[in-house]
Design a protein around this ligand. Structure first.
Ligand code: CDP
Ligand code: MG
Length: 138
């Protein structure tokens, strides 16, 4: 099934100048980039985006990190986009991510792990709306 997912290039990957390499990988994986923008989240916006993790011990640090610099958010489309992008990203902890995955190549730590991807169809719709209102899911 052709579907959409939300991808983010996180502040660590932008600081390391890996935007180009990550976008090349996205295109090599046959995703269509439907929407893309660079922005700098406020702490409050980062807290809103990661609201599902509010009770987690890493929430405070994660939302500091995600509001520490610019990010790039994208809507990606292809067959099985959600699962495929998560496979290309690799495990949350770069130390456990398979060779060949983006987090293995560019992640620094379990927090500073270069990229984000939606984890389910419901989450994808919510996350795309968060950044692109109703436009992103069209
Ligand atoms: O991003 P992913 O879906 O793989 O992982 P998550 O469990 O949904 O966690 C969201 C984000 O929180 C991760 O991508 C990490 O940046 C961060 N995190 C963290 O800082 N420490 C953890 N123990 C787990 C996640
Ligand atoms: Mg997640």
């Amino acid at each position: 099934m052709v579907e959409k997912t939300l991808a983010i290039i996180k502040p660590d990957a932008i600081k390391k100048k890996t935007i180009g390499k990550i976008i090349k990988r996205i295109e090599d994986e046959e995703f269509i980039i439907c929407e893309m923008k660079m922005l700098h989240l406020t702490k409050e916006e980062a807290q809103g985006f990661y609201i599902v993790h509010k009770a987690k011990p890493f929430y405070e640090s994660l939302t500091d990190f995600m509001s520490s610099g610019k990010i790039i958010v994208m809507v990606l489309e292809r067959e099985n986009a959600i699962y495929h992008w998560r496979t290309v990203m690799g495990a949350t902890d770069p130390a456990l991510a398979e060779p060949g995955t983006i987090r293995h190549a560019y992640g620094f730590s379990i927090e500073r792990n270069a990229v984000h991807g939606s984890d389910s169809p419901t989450t994808a719709i919510w996350e795309i709306d968060f950044f692109f209102k109703n436009e992103g899911n069209k």
